[in-house]
Design a protein around this ligand. Structure first.
Ligand code: PLP
Length: 668
C-alpha cells in the first residue's frame, strides 16, 4: 500500500506493544478507583484491527476508527465519525450500511496485479482474467463500480441466472467483455447469452449437465451463432470450510468423468468440439486451506490436459471462487480464516498449472478466477447505535439477613463471606447448588418471592466476587470462564442480524465487530450484542479476540446517557446484503456509498434510503390503502361512539400515515 497521508490526526496501525485482555476474562465492571492506562494501540490489539483490517482500517489518536482509503495520490486516512457526521447532516439515521468505493477499486487492482506478478515471475506465457460473480453483491452501484474498476484489466462478470445475465450485459462495456453463465440455463437464458455474443461479448455457457449442453447446441444452431462452450467439472478434491459441499463426489454441480466423455462425444458428433473452450470448477467459497486449492488445481489440470488431447481447443481455465477472507484474523485453517495470502494463492495456482502443462507440452491457458468474497467483503461496514443495555449486576445486599434461615440460605450466606481464590470452583458449586435449592423451595410454595429474590441476589453477588478473581488464576476451569461470560451485559443494537448479517445467524459466521469511537478509553464492560428482533437467534456472540481466537463476548465501553454509542461490523460486503430477510419486518437499512477523493474530500456518491414500513408491508402482500381504510373506519367508529374527539381522530390518522413512510428501525 502506498505511503499514508492522514487528513485527520495520526492513525495508529503499527503493531501494538502490549498484549492485553487475553483469554482471562475481566470482571464485568468498571474499576472506579484506579483508572488503568489505556492507549489506542491497546484497542488496535484488543480488536485485532491489524489482523483482519487488510491495512484498510486503523484507529486515530482521538480514538476513532479510521479508514485508510487508497487514492491516486496515496492512502488518505479519514475518521469514520467524520463520515457519520456527514450522514447525520443529510438526515440519515442509524443503522447505515456504509460502502467505501475506494476499497472496491483497490481490491480489483490488487487481485489483477498479484496474478500479473505471479505470471511474470514464473515465466507463465498465458494470461489472467478476473471475474466478479454478481451473486456475491448484486447491488447496482457495486456491480457498476466493479465494472469501472475492472475495465483496465478486462475484469468480467459471472451470471448465475437470467436476471444476473441482464445485469452483466447492461453493465459491462460490451465488445470483448467476458461473461460467464453458470447455473441451470433454460432456452431464454441461452438465447440471451447468444444475443450477447452477437453484440461482441465473450459470453461463455458453462454446461452443468448433458441436457443443458444439448440445449446450448440446439439454440446456437437456431440462431446460427457460434457459442463459447465450457464444461463444469466435478472434482474429487474435498476442501475444508463451510462450503465443502461444493466439492467432492457428492457435490451438487458439475459433470462426472463419464459425463465429460459423453459431452466430448456429443460435441464431436455435432461438429462443435472446436467450440469447447473453457473448463470450469468451483470447490466452494471461503476455502481456508491453500493445500486444498493446490490439490484442486492439480486435479483439474489432469482433466484439462486429457480433454485437450481429445481435440478440444479449450484455452480458458476457470478455477471459480474460494479465495478466502481472514475474518477472525488468525491466519489459520479455521473456517473464518485462511492460511495463505493473495500472493501465495496466485503463485501456487500459476506454478501448479505451469508445471502440469509443461510436462505435457501444452500451451499455457488464460486463467480465470471468480473471486467474489475477497473482492467485496472489506468494502462494507454495518454501523449502528446501541439502544439499551441489560446488565447482570446484583442489587446492594441488606446490612443484616433474617435470623431464621433455611439450610440453603445459610449455605449461600456462608459462601458469600468465604469466597477464596484457592476454592473458587467449590464456592461456585455451593452457590449454584444452594440457589437451586431455594428455587425448588419457591416452586413448592415453601418460600415467598421476597425470599427467592434475596437468595438469587446473594448468589449473583457471589458469582461476581468469583468473576473478579478468575482473571488472576493461571488456569481457570472452562466452567468458571463460561460463568464470567454469563455475567456479561447485553447491548441491544439498532439493527437486524437477519436483514444485515444473515450469515452470522445461518452459519455462525464471525465478523469483526468493534466500537467506532472512544477507542482511547479502556472498554471496561463485556457484552454480547442483541438485535431488535424478538428472536433468541438475533444476536452476535462470537467475536474476534486479541490473538485471533473467537470469544463469546465483546469488550465495550459503558454507554453514556447523553451520547450515542456506535458499533461497527466489518467485512460485510459479500453475500450479506442480498441474503438478508425481513424477520420482524425490519427492512433494508440506509445504504451510503462514499468515495475519498485524492485531496481527502469525502464524496457522498450515492444515498439509498432504507425500506419504509410501507415498503416492507407490501413485500408481505399488504395493501397499505386497505390497512389505511380499516384504521380510518375504526377511528371513525370511535368518534361515533364518543371514545375520541374528531381532533384526536385527525391526529391518529396523521400518525398512521407518518408511520407508513417511516424507517423500520428505531428512530429517536
Ligand atoms: N463461482 C461460483 C460458481 C460460485 O458458486 C461462487 C460462490 O459460491 C463463487 C464463484 C464465488 O465464490 P467466492 O465468493 O468464495 O469467491
Amino acid at each position: 500500500m502506498p505511503e499514508s497521508t492522514s487528513r485527520t490526526d495520526p492513525a495508529v496501525t503499527s503493531k501494538p506493544a502490549r498484549i492485553s485482555g487475553t483469554r482471562k476474562p475481566p470482571a464485568n465492571r468498571a474499576d472506579k478507583t484506579s483508572a488503568p492506562q489505556w492507549s489506542v494501540s491497546d484497542s488496535v490489539n484488543l480488536y485485532g484491527v491489524d489482523r483482519w483490517g487488510h491495512g484498510y482500517f486503523g484507529i486515530s489518536e482521538k480514538g476513532n476508527v479510521v479508514v485508510h482509503a487508497p487514492t491516486h495520490s496515496g492512502v488518505i486516512s479519514v475518521e469514520l465519525t467524520e463520515i457519520i457526521d456527514g450522514l447525520q447532516q443529510r438526515g440519515l439515521t442509524m443503522p447505515v450500511m456504509l460502502r467505501l468505493e475506494n476499497l472496491v477499486h483497490d481490491r480489483i487492482k490488487k487481485l489483477n496485479h498479484a496474478f500479473r506478478r505471479a505470471i511474470d515471475e514464473s515465466g507463465f506465457t498465458g494470461t489472467y482474467r478476473g471475474i466478479f460473480p454478481v451473486k456475491v453483491n448484486q447491488q447496482s452501484h457495486v456491480v457498476e463500480e466493479i465494472a469501472r474498476a475492472g475495465k483496465p484489466f478486462g475484469h468480467g462478470l459471472e451470471a448465475g441466472s437470467k436476471a444476473e445475465l441482464l445485469i452483466a450485459i447492461s453493465t459491462l462495456p460490451g465488445k470483448d467483455s467476458t461473461i460467464i453463465c453458470n447455473g441451470f440455463k433454460d432456452e431464454e437464458f441461452i438465447d440471451l447469452g447468444l444475443q450477447a455474443i452477437r453484440l461482441g461479448f465473450q459470453c461463455f455457457f458453462v454446461a452443468e449437465s448433458l441436457a443443458e449442453l444439448d440445449l446450448i447446441i440446439q439454440r446456437s444452431r437456431h440462431w446460427n451463432i457460434e457459442p463459447f462452450i465450457g464444461l463444469r467439472l466435478k472434482l474429487s478434491t474435498k476442501v475444508d470450510g463451510y462450503w465443502s459441499g461444493d466439492s467432492g463426489d457428492r457435490s451438487l454441480f458439475g459433470l462426472k468423468s463419464t459425463e465429460l466423455i459423453r459431452a466430448v462425444d456429443l460435441l464431436r458428433e455435432e461438429n462443435m468440439l472446436d467450440r469447447l473452450m473453457m473448463l470450469h470448477y468451483h470447490l466452494g467459497s471461503q476455502i481456508p486451506n491453500i493445500r486444498n486449492i493446490r490439490d484442486g488445481v492439480a486435479e483439474a489440470c489432469r482433466f484439462y490436459l486429457d480433454l485437450a488431447s481429445e481435440g478440444a481447443p479449450l484455452g480458458y481455465f476457470n478455477l471459480g471462487g474460494g479465495l478466502a477472507v481472514d475474518y477472525d484474523g488468525n491466519g489459520s485453517t479455521d473456517v473464518h480464516s485462511r492460511n495463505y495470502d493473495l500472493d501465495e494463492y496466485c503463485i501456487d495456482i500459476v506454478e501448479t498449472i505451469m508445471a502440469s502443462f509443461d510436462r505435457h507440452g501444452v500451451g499455457h491457458p488464460e486463467i480465470l478466477t471468480e473471486s467474489g468474497r475477497w473482492t467485496v467483503a472489506p468494502m462494507s461496514i454495518l454501523m449502528f447505535n446501541v439502544l439499551h443495555v441489560a446488565d447482570f449486576e446484583p442489587d446492594p445486599l441488606p446490612e443484616e439477613f433474617p435470623a431464621e434461615q433455611s439450610a440453603a440460605m445459610e449455605g449461600l450466606i456462608y459462601t458469600l463471606n468465604n469466597v477464596e481464590p484457592r476454592r473458587l470452583q467449590e464456592n461456585y458449586n455451593d452457590a449454584v447448588y444452594n440457589r437451586d435449592k431455594m428455587r425448588d423451595a419457591f416452586r413448592a410454595g415453601e418460600i415467598n418471592l421476597r425470599e427467592l429474590a434475596l437468595a438469587e441476589n446473594i448468589c449473583l453477588t457471589i458469582l461476581h466476587r468469583i468473576a473478579d478473581i478468575v482473571p488472576t488464576l493461571s488456569r481457570p476451569s472452562r466452567e468458571l470462564m463460561g460463568m464470567c461470560d454469563l455475567l456479561s451485559d447485553i447491548y441491544y443494537g439498532n439493527f437486524s442480524v437477519f436483514q444485515s448479517l444473515p450469515d452470522a445467524w445461518a452459519i455462525g459466521q464471525v465478523f469483526p465487530v468493534m466500537p467506532l469511537h472512544r477507542l482511547n478509553e479502556m472498554p471496561d464492560r463485556r457484552a454480547i450484542v442483541a438485535d431488535l428482533t424478538c428472536d433468541c437467534d438475533g444476536k452476535l456472540d462470537k467475536f474476534t479476540g486479541p490473538d485471533g481466537e473467537v470469544s463469546p463476548t465483546l469488550r465495550v465501553h459503558q454507554v453514556k446517557p447523553d451520547e450515542d454509542y456506535l458499533l461497527g461490523v466489518f467485512l460485510v460486503g459479500a453475500y450479506q446484503e442480498t441474503l438478508g430477510d425481513l424477520h420482524n419486518l425490519f427492512g433494508d437499512t440506509h445504504v451510503v456509498s462514499v468515495r475519498i477523493d485524492d485531496d481527502g474530500q469525502i464524496e457522498f456518491v450515492r444515498e439509498l434510503q432504507g425500506d419504509s414500513i410501507e415498503n416492507v408491508l407490501s413485500y408481505v402482500e399488504y395493501q397499505t390503502q386497505d390497512l389505511y381504510q380499516k384504521f380510518h373506519s375504526n377511528a371513525e367508529r370511535a368518534v361515533r361512539d364518543g371514545r375520541i374527539t374528531v381532533a384526536q381522530r385527525q391526529q391518529m390518522i396523521k400518525m398512521f400515515r407518518d408511520s407508513l413512510s417511516g424507517y423500520t428501525y428505531f428512530e429517536r
